[in-house]
Ligand binder design. Structure first.
Ligand code: GCB
Length: 597
């Protein structure tokens, strides 16, 4: 009796951990056979969210003289896919609700192949209907998903409808308030992917955490079948065969003695070819080691100071989401020009074009999920959503060696519920990838008069490889003492990254460098000089990341003259002009690069 009671209690209080070992989409979609379903889609704005009741996804047309329908996807508004809706139509700038997207597409042959609809991201939740019937749904604005449509496609004309909703809710991730624009829409590529019956669904090929020439590969087939898989890295003259077990899973480790490791100075990538049965997937993969030794972060065994910068997935000049290869070029070129060797992709997984281009350019990446401030840590569904987002971010990008850091949260307050939520995220993350460094950004470090140092009363960071601090000294927080005398005693035995600091300035505005409300480049520059002075005295400092590269749109930046709905902490203005602080950071990064620090 007692045993049953204990068992029931365990069930009741067990923390829900997602069994996330199963990827929900195929990895490396751009290495598959696909066609884009991008382009102009017809849309209906559904302010009252009544379209589902009216079954508008059926796209009915009158069949008799008596019939009529009070909607039509044809002849109305059109939006570009990919793309947010806010920046495309003035009436949608502030819209939060439902927009129905629809388009036709032709299919010539549907024999002997499997077909999937693949969405890079839809913000924030959606239902997908194919030829009048619901085909799937998804929640989470920054991770991909796929819907199998084998047997549901028609030869000839097909009609797809996506009901997209971006309403903010308390149980969502992010939740009700966040400091960036709530863009809605089909914001990333849509593809129709074709595969053989059995295909290579997922793989994880990477260097051993510590050894410089040992490669581990894990492969999962789409079906629970035993089949031979061949892994080839032609440039290294590597070719191995391995047979999957009854679960369609195979694992193999092998030496690659002549391997040149990927690093920011030499971003070497190798062509990797996987074949199994009728399937063949090609990727470009780099190999590197990233680990922590004391307070240092080592890349390929050498300490590297992280000259980091953040950006949102936003093109400020267009006032819209970034989604293309050209957008990735614009964002990353400016990070490169600053002298950065790392980018923090704030505050959610960004599109694959950015990740892949960063890898080609030799820029390390910090990727995170939008667990940002006021998340409902008590809500079990919210926890599952965050776990799914983390798993999907890792599944999509764990073959990208540029990603050195997985961050599980930004600015959370200590509590039991928070700790349990974040621990469950770490558990999910580590079940999928132990080769990266796990981190999170915290903002509750306080200056303690007695010790004369900033300290943080939070035990959770002890569980992380790298601790990150957001602290706006000179902006949200006055300097407690002269910057040259500020000491830091936060997780002194671990590497500490200053993941955010900065202040706002309106480009072109001059003013008193001591008055914050001058919103001047001069004030911002002085603030940066002060912070750079403070950094000299933080013994475990392993990197810094000014907040932020570009001014970005934020609904709660109300100042009518200096902000106009923009967070002005950018080193670069919304028009692409560099502010004074940009030059300070650029000089600082150049000095570090040349080992002057
Ligand atoms: C923060 C947040 C970031 C905000 C920034 C700010 O601490 O992490 O998302 O945009 O401050 O500008 O206030």
């Amino acid at each position: 009796m007692k045993g049953i009671y204990i068992f029931l209690m365990m069930l009741l209080f067990a923390s829900p951990v997602l069994h996330a070992h199963e990827p929900s989409f195929m990895s490396n979609v751009y290495g598959r056979e696909y066609r884009f379903l991008n382009g102009k889609w017809n849309v209906i704005i559904d302010q009252y969210e009544h379209g589902k009741t009216r079954s508008i996804y059926k796209n009915r047309k009158p069949q008799s003289n008596e019939q009529f329908y009070e909607y039509s996807f044809e002849g109305g508004l059109r939006l570009n896919v990919p793309g947010d809706w806010n920046s495309q139509l003035p009436e949608l700038k502030y819209f939060e609700g439902t927009v129905w997207y629809a388009r036709h597409f032709q299919v010539d042959s549907i024999e002997n192949r499997r077909q999937f609809l693949y969405f890079g991201a839809v913000s924030y939740r959606c239902n997908v209907y194919l030829n009048g019937t619901k085909a799937g749904s998804h929640e989470g604005g920054f991770t991909p998903f796929q819907i199998e449509v084998t047997g549901k496609l028609l030869k000839g004309d097909n009609f797809i409808v996506v009901e997209v909703n971006n309403r903010r809710t308390e149980d969502a991730v992010p939740a009700l308030v966040f400091d960036w624009w709530n863009y809605g829409g089909i914001t990333r590529d849509v593809m129709l992917v074709e595969t053989p019956e059995v295909f290579i669904k997922d793989y994880f090929i990477q260097l051993d955490k510590h050894q410089p020439d040992m490669i581990h590969a894990e492969i999962s087939l789409s079906e629970k079948v035993s089949e031979q898989v061949c892994i080839e890295i032609p440039e290294l003259k590597i070719l191995h065969n391995v047979t999957t077990d009854g679960n369609g899973f195979a694992k193999i480790s092998f030496h690659a003695r002549k391997i040149v490791r990927w690093s920011p100075d030499d971003p070497k990538l190798y062509k990797v070819i996987l074949t199994s049965g009728k399937d063949r997937v090609t990727d470009e993969i780099g190999f590197r080691n990233i680990e922590v030794e004391g307070t240092k972060i080592l890349v390929n065994g050498k300490p590297v100071f992280m000259r980091c910068i953040s950006f949102h997935e936003e093109i400020p000049q267009r006032q819209g989401r970034a989604f293309s290869q050209a957008d990735a070029v614009m964002l990353l070129s400016e990070a490169e020009a600053l002298g950065a060797n790392m980018v923090r992709l704030a505050h959610y997984p960004q599109n694959e074009y950015i990740v892949r281009l960063a890898e080609k350019k030799g820029i390390l990446l910090w990727q995170e999920i939008p667990v940002w401030q006021d998340i409902d840590f008590e809500d079990k569904d919210t926890r599952l959503k965050a776990q799914r987002m983390l798993a999907d971010m890792i599944f999509r990008d764990r073959n990208r060696c540029a990603v050195g850091f997985w961050s599980i949260a930004n600015e959370t307050l200590p509590s039991e519920a928070r700790n349990s939520f974040l621990s469950s995220l770490l558990e999910v993350g580590k079940s999928l990838d132990t080769t990266r460094l796990y981190t999170a950004a915290f903002y509750m470090a306080r200056y303690e008069k007695n010790s004369g140092a900033f300290e943080m009363k939070d035990d959770f960071p002890e569980q992380l490889d790298v601790v990150a601090i957001n602290k706006y000294l000179g902006w949200y927080h006055p300097w407690p003492v002269d910057p040259s005398e500020v000491a830091w005693n936060v997780c002194p035995t671990k590497p500490l990254i200053f993941s955010e600091f900065g202040g706002e300035a309106l480009y072109g505005q001059s003013g008193d460098e001591n008055v914050a409300s001058s919103w001047s480049e001069d004030y911002q520059a002085k603030l940066y000089r002060d912070n750079l002075e403070m950094f000299k005295h933080i013994p475990n400092l392993a990197g810094i990341s000014p907040w932020i590269l570009f001014d970005f749109r934020s609904p709660y930046r109300y100042h009518p003259v200096n902000q106009e709905g923009w967070n002005r902490k950018g080193l670069v203005s919304d028009q692409g002009y560099r502010k004074k602080a940009w030059y300070l950071i650029h000089d600082y990064y150049m000095q570090i690069k040349n080992n002057v620090r």
